[in-house]
Write a protein that binds this ligand. Structure first.
Ligand SMILES: [Fe+2]
Length: 309
């Protein structure tokens, strides 16, 4: 098997100020499928084409933001090995028992220098993608419900010490750097895009003084037309759009940034290129950061760097 180690982003637990409002947004407007509710009152959802039980967990809280972001790894031996590697590197971990999250096995939780809680796990119940495993149809009504993304694709997190974060992701967890933006000094990274796959990014970070902040969770659509359809659905539902539809220079994806009712930014995007771990990272200079982030406007909007949850 060529794909080993960390397989992909698996889940994000997002804090919402009002659960009903949050469920309406993520289920009815974004179009995720609700798959369960637990004794703590958390609501579990998945994109239609995902097969594991959930990828988004909503928790009602007094403050918006992200509780943790989890990656699925290949198997139990991989989980044990990566935990040992993290500990040997100096990252403290702790185990969260199976079924703390519905239909999910034991998780290894750790804090990274940017102040975010990251998790690894290898077991989550396969509930299928709304299709049969034998002779499936190419279309399902869930794919047309709301915006109807294919999967939770990645997240962008804001916090300090992103060079230390990069070292852990690259040298312990097996990710590679795909693109980065350097600051005015020409050396220090403002932002990094990291991949554990052939995707242009599975997780990204922007340097920010306040630890543990969420810039956006991102949901994949299968075409630019679907991004435009997403904009129509957002407007119909009075969703607050941050920017777009537009295109990123970095990763080349077509995109919309918008906010859920609690102020958590989310992205619906399509496209971008496929990457390989042996490719040399692409560098963006400080002068061209606007073009990198928003290719058509060629400048950052003030919100990109300042509004996080
Ligand atoms: Fe993104």
């Amino acid at each position: 098997m060529a794909i080993t180690g960390v397989l992909r982003p698996g889940h994000a637990q997002i804090r919402v100020l009002d659960l009903d409002e949050g469920v309406h947004h993520y289920r009815d407007v974004l179009g995720l499928v609700e798959t369960g509710r637990d004794a703590q009152g958390r609501v579990y959802l998945k994109a239609w084409d995902e097969r594991d039980h959930h990828s988004v967990i909503l928790r009602q809280a007094d403050e918006a933001g992200i509780d943790f972001f989890g990656f699925k790894v290949l198997d139990a031996a991989t989980l044990d090995q990566l935990e040992a590697d993290l500990n040997a590197y100096g990252v403290a971990t702790h185990r969260i028992p199976a079924n703390d999250l519905m239909e999910t096995g034991e998780r290894v939780r750790f804090e990274i220098p940017s102040g975010h809680q990251i998790e690894l796990y290898w077991q989550k119940k396969d509930v299928g993608n709304c299709q049969a495993y034998v002779n499936p149809e190419p279309w399902t009504k869930e794919s047309e419900t709301g915006i109807g993304p294919i999967r939770l694709d990645h997240c962008l997190l804001y916090g300090p010490d992103i060079e230390k974060v990069q070292d852990i992701f690259v040298n312990v967890l097996g990710f590679y750097l795909v693109e980065h933006v350097v600051m005015e000094d020409g050396k220090t990274d403002l932002a990094i895009w990291l991949s554990c796959s052939m995707k242009a990014h599975d997780i990204a970070f922007v340097r920010h003084p306040e630890p543990g902040k969420l810039h956006h969770t991102s949901f994949l659509l299968d075409s630019w037309e679907k991004v435009l359809r997403a904009a129509d659905i957002m407007s119909m539902n009075k969703v607050s759009i941050d920017i777009g539809p537009t295109r990123h220079g970095i990763t080349r994806g077509t995109t919309i940034y918008a906010f859920d009712p609690s102020g958590n930014r989310f992205e619906t995007f399509s496209g971008g290129y496929q990457s390989y771990p042996d490719w040399k990272p692409i560098k963006w200079t400080w002068e061209e950061v606007g073009t990198g982030i928003f290719y058509h406007d060629r400048k950052l909007n003030e919100r990109f760097l300042s509004v996080v949850s």
